[in-house]
Design a protein around this ligand. Structure first.
Ligand code: ADP
Ligand code: GLC
Length: 494
């Protein structure tokens, strides 16, 4: 069955990316398109996004304010994309959510409320674009108002809301609720009110026909106080509408056998060729060139969620071990500063590339021995999958998608040849220490290490399977919607 799907997101690779949401927002629509679905993307027309593709205006909504819909395709694919432009809201450079001071743009509520209103108009085919979706797939808080606003529209499409990260909720003061002129009935704990504030994400969680998150374990975790950020009650209440679908990865962009961003290509039969990449990585990061030195790596946001503070806490001990550390990342200023100080103290042992750096992210995956992901929570996580594919053995905490994608090198998995990484439990520097020492010991036994690498490289993390799960989810949402419609018709016409 061909479904018409409107996929609404605040970022999509390669138009703009701050994290995994952008990867998913391009890979999933591309996979759905390949499965014969009619999928279209809607996202804000940020300056960098406009520059990254070829887009033509198809609808002018407000000439003076530069509000328009431009049409193009996701570069490198046939998936149609609509970009919503707004001179004041979106034509700025830099991070889509944060200003140069690292704080959220002060008009974020207005910016993403506009995205939601326009999505509703498209969903109801009121903009003269001549296309009405069967289902709107919303992602994260920036799109949360869509299911709420669509709620009462007669003949509306079905809605699915995906939680990529529950820690970001789009919370604003009551004054913002008034300023946005949202319907008064939404000011209730059953709707958008969250302890006296406006919550964008609640619009998705409370109103979407179906909810999902990006791994089965995270779907369970967010129903608990520890991971629910105050929304565990609502999520538990809707648990029969909530499931977890593991993200896939773009296995073409992340293929060590063909990756143009790495010096030497390799596959699971030629893992030893990684040694060239390791040497190149050490050289270009200014680390002592030494093929035997255990090379630890990090690629990702330098924030508490990812457990960078645990790594920092461990550095005084770590520096005494025979290891090196290569970091590619950006994030909170305090972590960037401390890490910079450490690299000044030990330039040949600890290296840091600050900023968003795609080529070095690939190089690290292709050359490092151990990939660190000691996340406090991790809805899915993509890097542990990239690193398994590249033979950089992941060391992860047993949370969320990390628990679902990495097999610990315990005796049972090791002897079965299914171990792919090191998994540890507690979010503490001492637990991380024990895990790294365990990895270091395993590394000494090169045959076991190779077996870990090969098992990881042989895993299938393709989108095909996940995209089929999304099709099932869409069908359930369409079914719920059709049922609700039927009920409504019965009530209205006795
Ligand atoms: P999250 O979305 O929570 O940041 P994910 O693991 O889902 O975590 O996705 C992160 C994505 O962003 C990956 O594709 C990763 O390679 C990329 N990434 C993160 N930080 C950087 C960086 N500094 N340079 C290059 N790529 C990065
Ligand atoms: C979020 C999560 C990450 C997930 C990504 C894509 O950014 O933090 O774990 O992989 O979304 O779903």
């Amino acid at each position: 069955m061909k479904r018409k799907l409107l996929f609404v997101t605040s970022e999509a690779y390669p138009l703009i990316k701050t994290g995994g949401l952008a990867d998913v927002s391009s890979s999933l629509p591309i996979a759905l398109h390949a499965l014969g679905q009619e999928v279209r993307l809607l996202m804000p027309g940020y300056g960098p996004a406009l520059a990254a593709g070829h887009f033509e205006p198809v609808k002018v909504l407000h000439e003076a304010q530069g509000i328009a819909i431009l049409e193009g395709v996701l570069p490198g694919s046939e998936v149609p994309v609509w970009l919503l432009t707004h001179e004041q809201y979106f034509a700025r450079s830099g991070n889509p959510y944060l200003g140069p001071d690292g704080r959220p743009w002060p008009d974020n509520a207005e910016r993403f409320a506009l995205l939601c209103h326009v999505a509703v108009e498209i969903a109801m085919d009121r903009l003269g674009l001549g296309w009405k979706p069967d289902l709107v797939h919303c992602n994260d808080w920036q799109t949360g108002l869509i299911p709420a606003l669509l709620g009462d529209e007669p003949g509306r499409p079905a809605t699915v809301f995906t939680i990529h990260n529950l820690a970001y909720q789009g919370i604003f003061p009551h004054g913002t609720f008034l300023r946005l002129r949202l319907p008064v009935r939404f000011w209730s704990p059953q709707a958008l009110e969250f302890y006296g504030q406006l919550s964008f994400i609640k619009g998705g969680l409370a109103f979407a026909d179906r909810l999902n998150t990006v791994s089965p374990t995270y779907a369970k975790e967010i129903q608990t106080k520890e991971f629910g950020y105050g929304l565990e009650g609502l999520l538990t209440h809707r648990r029969d509408r909530l499931n977890g679908i593991l993200n896939g990865i773009d296995q073409e962009a992340w293929n060590p056998a063909t990756d143009p961003l790495i010096p030497v290509n390799f596959d699971s039969r030629s893992v030893e060729r990684r040694a060239f990449n390791k040497a190149f990585l050490q050289k270009s990061f200014g680390l002592t060139p030494d093929g035997d030195r255990f090379l630890l790596a990090w690629v990702g946001r330098l924030v508490q969620q990812k457990g960078i503070d645990l790594v920092i806490e461990l550095l005084p001990k770590l520096i005494q071990w025979p290891v090196q550390l290569a970091i590619v990342g950006s994030g909170e200023a305090r972590y960037e500063q401390i890490l910079t100080q450490w690299t000044r103290l030990y330039p040949d042992r600890i290296a840091l590339k600050l900023g968003y750096d795609e080529p070095n992210a690939h190089l690290v995956e292709a050359g490092a021995d151990l990939f660190l992901m000691p996340s406090r929570f991790e809805p899915c996580g993509l890097n542990q999958m990239y690193s398994q594919r590249y033979g950089a053995v992941p060391l992860v905490r047993r949370v969320g998608g990390l628990a679902d994608t990495v097999e610990d090198a315990d005796p049972a998995h090791l002897s079965a040849g299914t171990a792919t990484g090191i998994v540890f439990e507690e979010a503490s520097a001492s637990a991380l220490e024990r895990a790294i020492l365990r990895a270091l010991a395993l590394y000494q036994d090169r045959a076991s290490w190779r077996s870990l690498q090969r098992a990881g490289m042989g895993k299938d993390f393709s989108w095909q399977r996940s995209a089929r799960c999304y099709l099932e989810l869409y069908d359930r949402a369409l079914h719920d919607r059709a049922n609700a419609d039927g009920l409504l018709r019965k009530v209205v016409r006795p």
